[in-house]
Ligand binder design. Structure first.
Ligand code: ADP
Ligand code: MG
Ligand code: MG
Length: 207
C-alpha cells in the first residue's frame, strides 16, 4: 500500500527542515532565544516516531493526529502551537470529502486556534503571518475548483511571501518582542517553518 499523503508530507517536511535547520536556528538566535531549530527537530522526531507506530492502514486523519501529538509534547512556544494547528488539520481531514476541502478548513481552523491560544494578530511577526496567507490561498483555490497540487503550490507561495514579510515587522509578542527593532531584517523562524511545511506539501502531492 502506498504511503498516505500525510506521511509523505511529514517525511518531506522533516527532510527539508534538516536542510534548513542551521538557517532557522540562526534566525531564532538573532531575534529570539536560539532554541527554535532544536525544538522543531525534537517535535519532528516525535512526530516521525508516532507515524512509524501507526498501522499501514491508518488514515490521513490518524496520521495527522500522530504528527500533532509529537508537536504537542514538545517544549518551546512553537511545539504546542504547531501541535494545536496540526490537530485541527486532523479533525478537518476526518470530516471533509476531499483533501483540498479538508486542508482549507483545517488550516483556517488551526490558524484560528493558534491565534486564540497565542493572541497573535497579522503583522505581529509570528508563524501566523505565514499561516493566514496560506489559509487564504487554500480557500481561494477551493472556491476556484483548483487541483490539490496547484492549491498547495499557491499556499506555499503565499506562506513564503508571508514569511519573508516578517523581516520587515517588529514583534508585538513572543521572545522577539524583547529585542524590538534589533529583529529588523530577520525573518521570523516560525513563519519560515510554515513556508517549508507547505512547500513539502506541494511536493508530496505532486509525487
Ligand atoms: P520560544 O520563543 O518559547 O523559544 P520557539 O523558539 O520554539 O519558542 O518558537 C518561536 C516561534 O514561535 C516564533 O518564531 C514565532 O513564529 C512563534 N511564536 C512565538 N510566540 C507566538 C505567539 N504568541 N503566537 C504565535 N506564534 C508565536
Ligand atoms: Mg526560541
Ligand atoms: Mg525557548
Amino acid at each position: 500500500m502506498p504511503d498516505s499523503l500525510a506521511r509523505r508530507w511529514m517525511d518531506g517536511f522533516a527532510a527539508d527542515f534538516a536542510l534548513e535547520k542551521e538557517r532557522l536556528g540562526a534566525l531564532d538566535r538573532a531575534a529570539g532565544d536560539g532554541d527554535f531549530a532544536v525544538n522543531l527537530a525534537q517535535a519532528l522526531k516525535r512526530a516521525a516516531a508516532g507515524l512509524q507506530a501507526l498501522p499501514e492502514t491508518a488514515t490521513d486523519a490518524q496520521a495527522w493526529t500522530a504528527a500533532a501529538n509529537g508537536f504537542l509534547h514538545t517544549g518551546g512556544t512553537s511545539g504546542p502551537l504547531l501541535g494545536m494547528w496540526l490537530r485541527e488539520l486532523a479533525k478537518a481531514w476526518a470530516s471533509h470529502d476531499t483533501p483540498l476541502a479538508a486542508l482549507a478548513a483545517g488550516v483556517a481552523a488551526g490558524t484560528a486556534a493558534v491565534q486564540r491560544l497565542g493572541g497573535a494578530q497579522a503583522g505581529d511577526r509570528t508563524m501566523v503571518d505565514a499561516m493566514l496567507p496560506a489559509a487564504r490561498a487554500l480557500e481561494d483555490s477551493l472556491r476556484d475548483g483548483a487541483a490539490l497540487a496547484q492549491a498547495l503550490e499557491r499556499a506555499a507561495g503565499a506562506a513564503g511571501e508571508g514569511a519573508r514579510a516578517t523581516a520587515r515587522m517588529t514583534a508585538a509578542l513572543g521572545r522577539a518582542s524583547y529585542v524590538g527593532e534589533a529583529a529588523a531584517g530577520i525573518e521570523d523562524p516560525g513563519a519560515a517553518a510554515i513556508a517549508l511545511f507547505f512547500r513539502a506539501g506541494a511536493r508530496a502531492c505532486a509525487a
